[in-house]
Design a binder for this molecule. Structure first.
Ligand code: TXA
Ligand code: MG
Length: 318
């Protein structure tokens, strides 16, 4: 049985984490599936519960930059970004510090480590109470749509994890931006809650490796991901027979069911509603026997880059 803990259950959630159990918890981006990052057996249980390939490394979460930088070697760029964006939706990939406490399984054996300080009050309280770094991928079965509510977590992982700390819906709705600072130039491994424009204002040009190269540098960025059961059709300009519609702005006519990401065309609102929308359309599609999901175009500006990245992966051949 998976316990659903209210915000007052933080001490219980922290004790479970310290005992090596799996606890899902809210962050500002999506719900994470947490385990003690220093405990190899607990981290192995994350891979098992998600059905995640063990070559795909996990992000370690900390309550503040000082504890994160005890595990990695930050340079001036990392310090500047941390000062500006932590707590918040930015993950930094940096060289591991020798003699650090993080299990090698957390980093999938790489000599770099992904670290982040999440911008959610419950997550920060939990991390302080646990007193250990917490490894946490998104709390969904591998390849599926990321969870932005405790119900989404239970849909995929009920019975496979000890508890979920229920903090209500996540405000940002897409995962953190993953930035690799282990080489001479900053490299964007995953667009997310902090935009590239904001990062470049602080550290200069960020490069974006294409497709396959990203998969090699960041093994989690396999093309098919975030995928609902129904096929997704991108850049829809009209709705086909039996299609559900993922709308942005004024909805196209003729859809069997519609989820509007943002009627006013606001990318921030759209990001927050993306994963709940894919889940809802998928469920409605199964109930009504629909053929697929038509997704209207979303401009690439601001959080649009992260939204389009997730939609491309949802639509990719499986
Ligand atoms: O917003 C988020 O980042 C959420 C919340 C829970 O914090 N977490 C999350 O974790 O999205 P996950 O495991 O679903 O995605 C982590 C990404 C993967 O693409 C993984 O390959 C990449 O980060 N990553 C982790 N460690 C890495 C490393 N050392 N080098 C390159 N990429 C790494
Ligand atoms: Mg994920």
């Amino acid at each position: 049985m998976t316990e659903r803990l209210p915000p007052a259950g933080i001490a219980r959630a922290a004790a479970l984490l310290r005992s090596g159990a799996l606890v899902a918890f809210p962050t500002e981006t999506v719900y994470g599936l947490g385990a003690d990052a220093t405990d190899g057996a607990a981290v192995a249980a994350i891979y098992a519960a998600k059905g995640r390939p063990s070559f795909n490394p996990l992000i370690s979460h900390f309550p503040d930059a000082a504890s994160a930088f005890a595990e990695v070697v930050p340079d001036a760029r990392a310090r500047a970004l941390a000062a500006r964006f932590w707590p918040g939706p930015l993950t930094l990939v940096l060289p591991r510090r020798e003699g650090g406490r993080i299990s090698h399984l957390t980093g999938a054996g790489l000599d770099t480590l992904a670290v982040r300080v999440p911008g959610h009050p419950l997550a920060l309280e939990l991390l302080r109470a646990a007193g250990v770094p917490v490894a946490a991928p998104s709390a969904n079965r591998s390849g599926g749509v990321s969870p932005t509510t405790a119900d989404h977590v239970l849909d995929g992982l009920s019975g496979r994890i000890a508890a979920v700390l229920d903090g209500g819906p996540c405000a940002v709705g897409v995962e953190s931006t993953v930035l690799d600072l282990s080489g001479p130039d900053p490299v964007l491994l995953r667009p997310g809650g902090v935009t590239v424009v904001e990062i470049e204002a602080l550290v200069g040009p960020v490069s974006r490796p294409e497709g396959e190269k990203t998969a090699i540098r960041s093994p989690g960025m396999l093309l098919s991901h975030y995928a609902p059961s129904l096929p997704v059709r991108l850049e829809a300009r009209e709705v086909g027979k039996g299609e559900a519609l993922l709308a942005f702005g004024a909805p196209l006519p003729g859809a069997a069911v519609t989820w509007n990401l943002s009627a006013s065309g606001d990318p921030v609102e759209a990001a927050a509603r993306l994963f709940a929308g894919l889940r809802w359309l998928d469920a409605e599609g199964a109930r009504l026997g629909l053929a697929g999901i038509a997704a209207m175009p979303v401009p690439d500006a601001g959080l649009g880059e992260a939204i389009n990245d997730r939609l491309r992966r949802a639509a990719a051949p499986r």
